[in-house]
Design a binder for this molecule. Structure first.
Ligand SMILES: Cc1cc2nc3c(=O)[nH]c(=O)nc-3n(C[C@H](O)[C@H](O)[C@H](O)COP(=O)(O)OP(=O)(O)OC[C@H]3O[C@@H](n4cnc5c(N)ncnc54)[C@H](O)[C@@H]3O)c2cc1C
Length: 361
């Protein structure tokens, strides 16, 4: 049986970031296993790619700031994050918490009046007319470039990446994890296994008696025919909640929908796309007539308390989780991978307590 020091199951941002941190900090005998033939095929390759720093979730701003630092450590980091800025619009009571977060964590954020809102994003003209908060350091990630960059670095540092390889179950001996059994019956041995399987986390943990309440929720994205004339920031209306940003060939938009879904790629719903049109007609009337050129949906997975999970499982020695990245995986994933890798290596991390697995058990 082939053996490794650590097996990382899942080739989305969570698994790739963890494998990168493990290999760059000296644990080179790492094998990442991904079921699909292509890495980042699910949530990590089908999201809106928005890098957003201000979010009220536990540890969220610190994770985003650390992710930005880590992007800067990648030599292609400049290309991977385009700092277009993000403009949040809404009532004072909605913008105030974001502004407080910006002040508390030293994130640059400029309150702007309704005239400046229209000048930054002309499509918002004729909307509710509220004030805004412009966050210049937010932006748009090259999510596929990021996945490829992490995979390349992991391989260069001695790690192995298997694609088109599905893990069927975890192998256990006493209270320790001992490796995995693949769907084709082959087994890989390792004293450490990291579960980074997104929406499938609950199911795979259960194969060694360690389920975790991670629940997937469907969200839609649509490419609209209308495009801004000039480069524009991400526009995020907080009421009605809807966001849009320039994307090659048009505008990428989401109605911020959320309905419970099984762990699989969901179909799109005409009702939700109608909701997108209705929300845009209120927030950005100029976009009300934009045609949907293409639409898709994917699942975002949350822990029951909506805080990400990164850390050891207290029930099974050697088992580490990185799960429940919700709607923050692209903004926080590099930093979460660092927390998970530290847990595998038995090292402490300032955010380990807030992200611990045991709170869900
Ligand atoms: C529509 C949408 C828009 C979003 N927009 C943003 C955004 O703008 N900004 C942001 O920060 N975040 C955004 N997110 C959230 C972000 O995409 C996720 O948080 C993140 O991608 C989750 O990464 P992951 O690695 O945990 O999961 P995934 O990317 O789903 O990766 C899990 C991987 O595990 C593999 N796997 C599962 N089971 C097995 C098995 N048994 N054996 C082997 N492999 C297995 C899967 O094939 C998959 O590749 C969005 C999400 C969605 C759905």
């Amino acid at each position: 049986m082939q053996s490794f020091d650590v097996l990382v199951v899942g080739g989305g941002i969570a698994g790739l970031a963890t494998a990168w941190h493990l290999t760059r900090s000296g644990t080179s005998n790492v094998c990442l296993i991904e079921r699909e033939k292509i890495l980042a095929s699910h949530a990590s390759g089908r999201n809106a790619a928005i890098f957003r720093q201000l979010d009220g979730g536990v540890g969220s701003v610190q994770l985003a700031l650390r992710t930005r630092e880590l992007l800067g450590e990648l030599d292609d980091g400049d290309r991977l994050l385009r700092p277009t800025g993000a403009l949040f619009v809404g009532g004072r009571e909605m913008l105030e918490p974001l502004l407080n977060l910006a002040r508390r964590f030293g994130v640059s954020g400029e309150p702007v009046d309704s005239r400046a809102v229209r000048s930054l994003v002309p499509a918002l003209a004729g909307g509710p007319g509220g004030a805004g908060l412009f966050v210049p350091g937010d932006g748009v990630l090259d999510v596929h470039g990021l996945a490829m960059s992490l995979a390349r670095r992991t391989r260069e540092a001695g790690g192995t990446i298997l694609t088109g390889t599905a893990v069927g179950r975890l192998l256990q001996g006493g209270d320790r994890v001992q490796g995995v059994r693949l769907d084709d019956g082959a087994e890989l041995a390792a004293p450490g296994v990291v579960l980074a399987v997104g929406a499938w986390a609950g199911d795979l943990g259960a194969t060694c008696g360690a389920p975790l309440p991670i629940e997937p929720y469907r969200r839609h994205l649509a490419l609209l025919s209308r495009s801004e004339q000039a480069p524009a920031p991400v526009a995020w209306s907080l009421d009605p909640e809807v966001y849009f940003r320039p994307e090659a060939g048009g505008l990428l938009a989401s109605p911020c929908d959320e309905d419970r879904w099984p762990p699989e790629d969901p179909p799109t719903s005409p009702d939700v796309l109608a909701r997108l049109a209705e929300r845009l007609s209120r927030a950005a009337p100029a976009l009300a007539t934009a045609r949907v050129l293409r639409a898709w949906a994917c699942v975002r997975s949350f822990a029951s308390d909506r805080t990400c999970v990164a850390g050891p499982d207290p029930r099974v020695r050697g088992l580490t989780w990185i799960a429940g990245l919700g709607g923050r995986g692209m903004s926080c994933g590099l930093a979460l991978g660092e927390v998970a890798a530290a847990a595998v290596q038995g090292l402490g991390h300032p955010l380990a307590e807030a992200l611990r697995t045991s709170r869900l058990i």
